[in-house]
Design a protein around this ligand. Structure first.
Ligand code: ZN
Length: 106
C-alpha cells in the first residue's frame, strides 16, 4: 500500500483511530462532503469488524431537547427526529477505531 496516496477511506480510518469524530468533523478535516463520509462509513465498519485487532466504536446520537439517547440505533447516520419529544435537534453520532490491546501494542 502506498503511504503517500491513501484513499479517502483509509484517511478516514486513520483519522478516527483513537479519537472520536462525527461525519461533519471528518468532512471538514478531509475536505470532502458529509454524504461522502456517510457513504464510506458502512464499509469501514465492515472491514474493521473483520479485523480482530481493531474495534469500531460508535458514540450514539443524542437529542438536544430531551436528552434522549439513540442507544439501540444500528444505522450509522444521524437520526432525523427524536422518538420521544419529536424534536429535530439531534447530535451527530461519532465514530472511533480502537486497537484491541491484547492483540496489538501501539
Ligand atoms: Zn427529544
Amino acid at each position: 500500500m502506498r503511504d503517500d496516496q491513501l484513499t479517502i477511506r483509509q484517511q478516514i480510518m486513520q483519522q478516527i483511530t483513537g479519537m472520536l469524530y462525527s461525519a461533519r468533523e471528518l468532512s471538514v478535516e478531509l475536505g470532502i462532503s458529509q454524504s461522502q463520509v456517510d457513504g464510506h462509513m458502512p464499509h469501514i465498519l465492515r472491514s474493521v469488524s473483520r479485523d480482530s485487532s481493531r474495534l469500531f466504536v460508535m458514540e450514539s446520537s443524542r437529542c438536544y431537547e430531551c436528552d434522549y439517547e439513540f442507544l439501540t440505533r444500528t444505522r450509522l447516520t444521524r437520526p432525523s427526529r427524536c422518538p420521544q419529544c419529536r424534536g429535530k435537534k439531534i447530535s451527530n453520532p461519532r465514530y472511533k477505531i480502537e486497537w484491541r490491546e491484547w492483540k496489538t501494542k501501539r
